[in-house]
Design a protein around this ligand. Structure first.
Ligand code: PGA
Length: 247
């Protein structure tokens, strides 16, 4: 009943011209088996959006304030004007390198939702936390911290990406059991916060070294509704293989 959702997170890769080349190479291959999208750098959003018919185009971040003295930041209104309808928030690289907190993510999500932009909210434990058996505590806290206070109906429509930090860009993907169990506890935390109906509708992705050969296994899990993909989303052929894998 939940439509699968597959997103490529390009991080700081691809110029505008390279993004355009990718969009033109992939858009015609997008099927209706899932929602498929990519998140280019800000500078490529406008042209990517203008050239994508079926591929969803997302930003990788946004600031929570409407405007003001925040050098280097981008507001929801700026994204909206480019036609951007989705935004990735709280990616672990933003949390690690730019000190983003759950409270920041919550404010960014609220600002995005108010502007009609759908967030993909990222959560996930570090290797240290994983090895200390703290995954459940950490992930539940992140989900609660990022989503509490948001409109329930908006939560049902957004996406949560569970990405264990130790699996990102490492080639060391989580087992399907870990992916399923943690996506299930993400949903359970949404149930605690917003009730059964919202929890049954919110889409939860797994992310971390997903590629064309392992995506089917993840997608076969009951609580895994999709994937957030870094490295394997960068090449046209690899992304097409991912599209083909979603039957
Ligand atoms: P990866 O990145 O697929 O390269 O591990 C995932 C992500 O950071 O979203």
């Amino acid at each position: 009943m939940r439509k699968p959702i597959i997103f490529g997170n390009w991080k700081m890769n691809k110029t505008n011209a390279q993004a355009l080349e990718f969009v033109n190479g992939v858009d015609g291959f997008v099927t209706d088996k899932a929602d498929f999208g990519v998140a280019p750098a800000y500078v490529a959003l406008k042209d990517a959006k203008a050239n994508a018919k079926d591929l969803i185009i997302a930003a990788q971040n946004v600031h929570f304030e409407a405007n003001g003295a925040y050098t280097g930041e981008i507001s929801v209104e700026m994204l909206k004007e480019l036609g951007t309808e989705w935004v990735v928030l709280g990616h672990s690289e933003r949390r690690q390198y730019f000190n983003e907190t759950d409270a920041d993510v919550q404010k960014k999500a609220a600002a995005s939702i108010a502007a009609g932009i759908t967030p993909i909210v990222c959560v996930g434990e570090t290797l240290f936390e994983f090895e200390a058996d703290k995954t459940e505590r950490v992930v539940r806290k992140q989900v609660a911290g990022c989503l509490s206070g948001l409109d329930a109906e908006a939560v049902a429509n957004l996406v949560i990406a569970y990405e264990p930090v130790w699996a990102i860009g490492t080639g060391k993907s989580a087992t399907v059991e870990i992916a399923q169990n943690t996506c299930a506890l993400v949903r359970d935390e949404v149930r605690n916060l917003f009730g059964d109906d919202i929890a049954s509708r919110v889409r939860v992705q797994y992310g971390g070294s997903v590629n064309p050969s392992n995506i089917e296994e993840y997608m076969s899990q009951a609580d895994v509704d999709g994937a957030l993909i870094g490295g394997a989303s960068l090449e046209v052929d690899s992304f097409k293989a991912i599209i083909d894998a979603i039957k």
